[in-house]
Design a protein around this ligand. Structure first.
Ligand code: S3P
Length: 425
């Protein structure tokens, strides 16, 4: 249990370790490639560590220095049969993306995870991979998954049933082992790191994006610089906006357009945020963000932007609680399948503040005013819930407390130290 007190203001500068989604993919593609790749500013979070451990079992070698991670990749034909089950910890990205590789191997392998990951839906990747010819044993479409050796998989054209970058990536990564072209059709844009980092070609048809992969796109060794994690930055951005007389600069952070939807929404809410783009690294844009205290007002959130803001909804809802008017978010049932059921976790914690909370199957509405200026919040062992209500505690008259604050290590082990460096009591 961690107790936090109300702060006076926020002031300073922050930079973040590499974006989690981009870091996962840099480990994937450098481990798959033949030869040496060097990764700068790799995330040091537990989820990315799960990906590193998984690739060690498959034959990749890693050497980390203070500045960089040196990866000796496996090469397309040289994946090793793991001598034990591949444990993915809490990481959905590790489990779902690596399935695209394991489905194509000549050996048997099994994926496991912690209790949260073991309760998350895997049908979404099992179905398309089976359509390609994969042989997968599963526990009612959940982990553990066992991949059996199968003859060469076939290319498919697959239209995503749910907007999910993890499903899109699992299919496209599987397509890297096949000579014919695999296509993924997406109706709603999701984060596009896989296609950017692999330089995949895509076509736009009216409202659909068709992305293609084949063995021609199999990754080669290269150097990476990973821009800072925008999803980790989101918590500090909202804290600065709500705190009075505050100013914060966030440096070298990812500003990939498929990830900064929450900044667009905050700007519509009257937030004083400016973004300065510097350039691109491995096709991924990055820059600095300057944030100043603002009087926020709630706005309508359109359904198309939901996949873009999916990881930021917890902290965006906190901005909504401190903004003028009621906060409503709908069309985000996917939140129920994250590390915890985030709709119910958010509603539970907002009720502790005496707010009026209305829960829908696909979202929630928060209205009324905060009546309790102190609460013992529950993280549900979910890093983004823990960070949201740690920030909330810093804004309450009498502060607040949060259980299992250590779970922030899943995406940002530096969260509390970074907080300390910018808050003034
Ligand atoms: C991720 C995709 C998203 C996101 C997750 C990371 C990725 O999940 O919520 O934190 O790196 O591809 P879905 O694909 O399930 O929406």
């Amino acid at each position: 249990m961690l107790k936090l007190e109300k702060i006076k203001k926020v002031n300073g500068e922050l930079s973040f370790k590499g974006d989690k989604s981009i870091s996962h993919r840099a480990i994937f593609f450098s481990s798959m490639a033949n030869g040496i790749s060097i990764i700068k500013n790799l995330s040091d979070c537990e989820d990315v560590n799960s990906t590193i451990e998984a690739f060690k079992l498959l034959g990749a070698e890693f050497e980390s220095t203070k500045e960089e991670m040196i990866v000796k990749g496996i090469g397309k034909e040289n994946f090793k049969k793991p001598h034990k089950e591949i444990y993915c910890g809490n990481s959905g990205t590790t489990a779902r993306l690596i399935s695209g590789i394991l489905a194509n191997q000549k050996f048997e392998s099994t994926l496991t995870g912690d209790s949260s990951l073991s309760s998350r839906p895997m049908r979404r990747i099992i179905e398309p991979l089976e359509m390609m010819g994969a042989k997968i044993y599963h526990n009612e479409f959940k982990l553990p998954l066992t991949f059996y050796p199968s003859s060469k998989l076939s290319a498919i054209k697959y239209e995503l049933k749910i907007p999910s970058a993890q499903v899109k990536s699992a299919v496209l990564i599987s397509g890297l082992f096949i000579d014919e072209i695999t296509s993924v059709v997406e109706k709603t844009t999701t984060r596009d790191h896989t296609e950017r980092m692999l330089n995949l070609s895509f076509e736009l048809y009216e409202d659909k994006k068709v992305i293609q992969s084949s063995s021609k796109n199999y990754p080669v060794s290269q150097d990476y610089f990973i821009p800072g994690d925008i999803s980790s930055a989101a918590f500090f951005i909202v804290l600065c906006l709500i705190s009075e007389n505050s100013r914060l600069i966030i440096k070298n952070v990812s500003i990939n357009p498929t990830r900064i939807g929450f900044v667009e929404i905050l700007k519509m809410m009257n937030a004083n945020i400016s973004i300065e783009e510097f350039g691109k690294s491995n096709n991924e844009p990055y820059g600095n963000i300057v944030i100043k205290s603002s009087q926020l007002k709630n706005v309508e959130i359109s359904p198309e932007i939901i996949p873009n803001i999916i990881d930021e909804i917890p902290i965006l809802s906190l901005a909504g609680v401190f903004a003028k008017g009621d906060f409503t978010i709908r069309n985000c049932k996917e939140l129920r399948y994250k590390e915890t059921d985030r709709i119910s976790a958010l509603c539970y914690n907002y009720k502790l503040l005496g707010l009026d909370v209305y829960e829908y199957e696909d979202g929630f509405t928060i209205s009324g005013s905060i009546k309790n200026q102190f609460a013992n919040f529950k993280s549900f062992d979910d890093h983004r819930i823990a960070m949201t209500f740690s920030i909330c505690s810093l804004l309450l008259g009498n502060g607040g407390s949060i259980d299992n604050p250590e779970c922030v290590r899943i995406s940002n082990p530096n969260f509390f130290n970074q907080l300390k460096s910018i808050i003034e009591n």
